[in-house]
Ligand binder design. Structure first.
Ligand SMILES: [Zn+2]
Length: 320
């Protein structure tokens, strides 16, 4: 199977009450860890590339790594998506350069300018069989070069006009998820009996209102890592310093996936699994210096984490 766009994936996900995982890729081990899990779980997948990933690994290397994964995993649908396209030129470069899906993030612009920019990308993309994700509302937190001190929730009264005037294929909304490994400030949370932060609930009322206004339309959640506390612990026990790192509870993402959310973005959790594994390895094996020896378990732990997400959070295992 060649690379696909997300049209059919999202239709099946919407009707089936599950979501597709959109995992960020930056190097070979991450691509392999994710796609080996998807192959084993028979799950469709979106591999996404941010502006920072293109700057780090180079566009061509990333496209070729993903194409290699498609050859190795012929049974599963794979989409290649641009995460947070900042402008028309970047989207165009990805559309021309082999991507099957792009996001144009005009959320920092005024509503009218966001519509105009998104519409321009949609026209270029649709002529070439590529789908487009837009965004309304902004997420707080830091993701590569996308950074907002404070977020603002999506205004449901704007979504119909935005989708109608732009022609976008999916819409990212802000309902309280956030980029990075520090999604909530301690003062926004309560603490459980173990002293671990418990974050505020996502705004399902906004999601429901948006879904009512856009029946059958795929919704996207960004910043949806759960920041597994077992990995935070591994990092901190082996020389790391990530106090009060916190994410979105998995049961809330499971609930969103059963509603109109068809794509859930997960990046920080993979970073944590990789970093925790490598920190622990160095701590326990100070004399080793072969990168294969620490990248191999890192890749295996990314795979295990993704398998868990597919089965227990996204619900897309067995849906390829
Ligand atoms: Zn994002």
């Amino acid at each position: 199977m060649a690379l696909v766009n997300t049209k059919e994936m999202f239709k099946k996900a919407y009707d089936g009450g599950y979501a597709i995982g959109a995992f960020n890729v930056n190097n070979m081990e991450i691509v392999q860890g994710i796609t080996e899990a998807c192959k084993e779980e028979n799950a469709p997948v979106i591999l996404q590339v941010s502006k920072g990933a293109r700057a780090y690994a180079n566009h061509t290397y990333l496209v070729k790594l993903v194409e290699a994964a498609v050859i190795e995993c012929p049974e599963i649908p794979v989409a290649l998506h641009l995460d947070h396209g900042p402008d028309f030129e970047t989207c165009k470069a990805c559309i021309d350069g082999g991507f099957t899906s792009v996001m144009i993030d005009g959320s920092a612009h005024a509503f009218k300018d966001n519509i105009e920019l998104t519409r321009k990308v949609v026209e270029y993309a649709h002529d070439r069989g590529v789908v487009v994700e837009g965004e309304l509302g902004t997420l707080s937190g830091i993701e590569d070069e996308v950074s907002h001190e404070v977020g603002s929730y999506t205004r449901p009264e704007e979504v119909e006009e935005f989708v109608q005037k732009t022609g976008v294929d999916s819409l990212a909304i802000a309902i309280g998820t956030s980029h990075g490994a520090y999604k909530f400030k301690p003062e926004q949370c309560t603490r459980n009996e173990k002293g671990i932060l418990v974050p505020p609930a996502l705004r399902f009322d906004i999601l429901e209102e948006v879904s009512k206004r856009l029946p059958g339309f795929p919704i996207v959640l960004h910043g949806s890592s759960s920041v597994p506390q077992e990995w935070v612990k591994v990092v901190n026990e082996h020389g790391g310093k990530m106090p009060d790192a916190i994410g979105v509870p998995e049961e809330q993402l499971r609930k969103a996936a059963q509603l109109s959310v068809c794509k859930i973005n997960i990046d920080s959790d993979l970073r944590l699994a990789m970093t925790g594994t490598i920190r622990q390895f160095f701590d326990e094996n100070p004399s080793k210096f072969d990168p294969r020896e620490y990248l191999k378990p890192a890749r295996a732990n990314i795979k295990a984490l993704v398998s868990h997400k597919l089965r227990d959070v996204l619900g897309c295992a067995g849906k390829a």
